[in-house]
Every structure is written in C-alpha cells, then in structure tokens.
Design a binder for this molecule. Structure first.
Ligand SMILES: Cc1cc2nc3c(=O)[nH]c(=O)nc-3n(C[C@H](O)[C@H](O)[C@H](O)COP(=O)(O)OP(=O)(O)OC[C@H]3O[C@@H](n4cnc5c(N)ncnc54)[C@H](O)[C@@H]3O)c2cc1C
Length: 426
C-alpha cells in the first residue's frame, strides 16, 4: 500500500494553502514534509474556480479578496500572474427604489422619511435588558429594533440562508456581521463611516483562479492528484480509500464538508445538525454597459428571486455589463434553473439593471453547500467530533471542514497555524 506523511483532501484554497505551509515548515526545520493533495474534481480551486466565456471572466459567484494581514497578501501577490487591482468597494441596498449605502442599519437616514422615522423610533425603543438573545433572528430584533430588522436584516438574510433565522446561532456570521449601536447610527448621519471588513478588495484580471494558481506555483506537479475522490477513511488504521487506491497516511487534512467527512469515516454524528443553503449563481454577460459606480447590490425584496447582484465590469471598467446574480436555495429539493433564470432576468429588468440589453453569454453553477448554518447543534457537533478525528490523525479545515463563516484569508491563516502545529511532529 502506498504511504504518505500528509494526505490532503481537496485542492481548494484551504488544501493548497496547507500543502504550501507544511512544506515551508519542513524546509524551516530541515526535515522533509511530504504531501499529497487529492481533489475529486478534474480541476483545482474548489469554489475559487473561474469560467471564461465569450470574453467574460466569471467566478463561482463573486470571490473578492480582502486581507487583514499584509504578509499574506504580499506572499500571494509575489506568486500571482497577470494584473491585479485594488478596489474601494461601492455597494448599495436597493430599497423602495432607492440605492441606500451598505450597511442598512447605519444608513437609515437615507430611507424615505416614513421608513426612517419608523426605524429610528424602533431602534430607540428596542427591547432592552433581559437574557441575551437566543438566536440570530432574536439578536437582529433586540439589537436594532423591529423596523430595521424587518425591512432589511431579516428578509435579506432569509433569502440568503434559505432558512428560519430563529434556528441560527446569535453569532452565525461572526465578524462578518456589520455591528452598529445607536451612537454609530446617529453619528453616521453626519459623518459617514461605512467601513467594513471588505472596504477595499483585490481582484485579479484572470479571476479568482489566479490565486489558486499562485498557491499551486511552489508545489511539485505530482503533489496534486485531480479526479481522485476520497471515498472512505479508516481512522483506526489511518488508511484512506480513494476512487483509485488505498493510501496509508500519518496525518490527513480535510477541507471536505464535515458531515460528509464524518460519513466517510463511519463516525456516528448528528446529521441533522449540519444544515446549509445552496446558492445558484447565474453569470450573465450583456452586449453593453449597465449601471456604473457600483460593485454589488443587495436586494431584500422577497418578490425578487435574487438576494445579491454583482458587477464584474465595474471592477476593471469593462465596456459590457458582466453580472453575477445569487439565488439562495434550501439544502434539499429540486432547483428549477430555467424558471429561476426567467425570474432573475425579469427581476433585473424590473430593477432597471437590464434595459434594452442583449444577453450574449451566460453560465450557471450551484454551490452545494454554500453558506453553512451555524447553529447550537452544529457548534456542538464540530467541537465533539474534533478530538475524535484528531485521535485518528484527521484535521478538518476550511469553511466546510470547520462548518463556519470565514474568508479565504481565514482559510490561509487557519491552515498555516495547523501546519505550525503539525510541523512539531516532523
Ligand atoms: C456565495 C459565496 C461567496 C463567497 N465570496 C467570498 C469572497 O468574496 N471572499 C472570500 O474571502 N471568501 C468568499 N467566500 C468563501 C470562500 O469561498 C471559502 O472560504 C473558500 O473557497 C473555501 O475554500 P476551501 O478550500 O476551504 O473549500 P472549497 O473551495 O469547497 O474546496 C474544497 C475542495 O475539496 C474537494 N473535495 C471535497 N470532498 C472531497 C473528497 N471526498 N475527495 C477529494 N476532494 C474532495 C472539493 O471538490 C473542493 O475542490 C464565498 C463563499 C460563498 C459560498
């Protein structure tokens, strides 16, 4: 049987970042750090794949890169090929025909007068005291009052997550949820400060895949095996069975969704704890320019199929409108792509984004899973399974291995930290 020191499941950002990091640990310690990355798909990249069609460059939904750690950005940039732009984000919420600055809760003064008064009134007289909120839905109401919650935060997030927000943990979005207290809301009326974790972002001309190629650059070509799925894992023997072979591993790092990893490892787990949404992404290319000065827009209106629309063409100032349109779908059940495409196109016309444009190219993809539902039950299962996996030399990582809400930079930070820990064992 073949044997490998570090077996990595998935050639997305997390898997490739770990492969780089453990090799760097080996080099730093003067030891060999062998790594083999198995990817079920025929291409690397996971959700950071890029599609090029009729001159349009699209990702699997908008994948923009925002860095808190300049060293990580610099490391990637050194390895990136092609043009990369840094962009100051411009995003809006379409509300009652107006384009309101994001985040909604800090820009209620931009709403029609009646809505503004209602939001401000409910914010001021929101329920205070009592026990801490028990769910994401309750947190939205308790923190911002009924009107802000019901006019934007609840409908928008229900469309995105495709679930009852009462089932989500209070902290389901972690640092990605734009916090604001009443002082921030009032201050913002005179001195706008809508800074967020992604106020500026970087994006390569060649699309998100350019970052994946950067992560592949220093790896030996035979370190990644494409079209090879890990089917089962014997934790006791530390053996993985793939669609091609059996492999003995010392340590296995997996970016596969945690519930699927638990099933493949025949580990008892609460399958019902792992709920999530799927996101159907339509990438649409038109014959000419559309709205300018906007990178993406949020749509809380429940009668529209989509919750967000992004404009790739406004990143590079391209002459033809190039959109990604995101539709949140429940975990299970059929997705009628053709019917949704019609609803999307008529919604885009209704909102004045598509006028007499001709659609000249399109592509769609279902991200499954897309946004995991962080719930009390999922947090419990993630914590319970971690030591069981670790005892079998298995380390789940990434957005889906960790069943969490995180960015690409977080994936890199997490896998570098894991490589430092596992580097001790080299
Ligand atoms: C709609 C949406 C928009 C997003 N936008 C942004 C953004 O703008 N900026 C940002 O920083 N982050 C964004 N993210 C988050 C980002 O996509 C993730 O953090 C990142 O792609 C996760 O990478 P990963 O490697 O952990 O997982 P993945 O990209 O899912 O990669 C996992 C890989 O493992 C493979 N795999 C799974 N099971 C097996 C198996 N059994 N055997 C072999 N291979 C297997 C898969 O095929 C896949 O290639 C977004 C996410 C979504 C859903």
């Amino acid at each position: 049987m073949e044997a490998v020191q570090h077996l990595v499941v998935g050639a997305g950002i997390s898997g490739l970042s770990f492969a780089n990091a453990i090799r760097a640990e080996g080099a730093r310690r003067g030891r060999s750090a062998e790594v083999c990355v198995l990817e079920a798909d025929q291409e690397p990249g996971g959700y950071c794949k890029t599609v090029v069609r009729d001159g349009f460059v699209w990702d699997y939904s908008g994948h923009f890169f925002h860095f808190k750690h300049p060293a990580i950005e610099a490391w990637l940039r050194e390895r990136l090929e092609g043009e990369v732009v840094s962009v100051a984000k411009r995003s809006f919420i379409r509300y009652a025909g107006l384009d309101v600055d994001f985040p909604f809760q800090k820009n209620i003064h931009q709403l029609p007068r009646e809505d503004f008064v209602e939001c401000l009134h409910d914010l001021y007289f929101r329920e205070r005291g009592g026990p801490p909120p028990a769910s994401f839905h309750e947190m939205l109401h308790r923190k911002f009052g009924r009107a802000i919650a019901e006019k934007f935060l609840v409908p928008y997030n229900e469309k995105l997550y495709a679930c009852d927000l009462g089932t989500l943990d209070v902290d389901a979005m972690g640092r990605f949820f734009p916090q604001a207290d009443i002082d921030d809301v009032i201050r913002n009326m005179r001195a706008p400060d809508n800074a967020s974790y992604n106020s500026t972002f970087t994006y390569p001309r060649r699309g998100a895949i350019a970052y994946v190629h950067a992560l592949l650059r220093d790896l030996p070509p035979d370190a990644v095996s494409l079209g090879e799925r890990v089917v089962s894992i014997d934790l006791r023997r530390r053996v993985a069975t793939t669609t091609r072979r059996e492999l003995r591993y010392e340590r296995l790092v997996s970016s596969a969704p945690l519930d699927r990893l638990a099933r493949a490892s025949a580990l008892e787990h609460d399958g019902a704890a792992f709920t999530y949404n799927r996101v159907l992404v339509f990438n649409l290319g038109f014959d000419r320019k559309g709205p300018e000065g906007v990178h993406w827009m949020y749509f809380p209106d429940r009668s529209l199929a989509f919750y967000r629309v992004g404009f790739y063409d406004n990143i590079f100032g391209d002459p033809r409108m190039s959109l990604y349109v995101e539709v949140g779908c429940p975990k299970e059940g059929p997705i009628d792509v053709e019917a949704l495409r019609e609803r999307v196109l008529s919604g885009l016309r209704r909102e004045g984004i598509v006028k007499d444009h001709q659609l000249v190219a399109s592509h769609e993809v279902v991200m499954d899973p897309a946004y995991v539902h962080v719930t009390r039950a999922s947090l419990g299962e993630v914590a319970r399974l971690a030591p069981i996996f670790a005892a079998g030399g298995v380390y789940p990582v990434g957005r889906y291995g960790g069943w969490t809400y995180c960015s690409i930079e977080d994936n890199i930070l997490e896998t570098r930290a894991l490589a430092r820990t596992l580097g001790e064992l080299l």
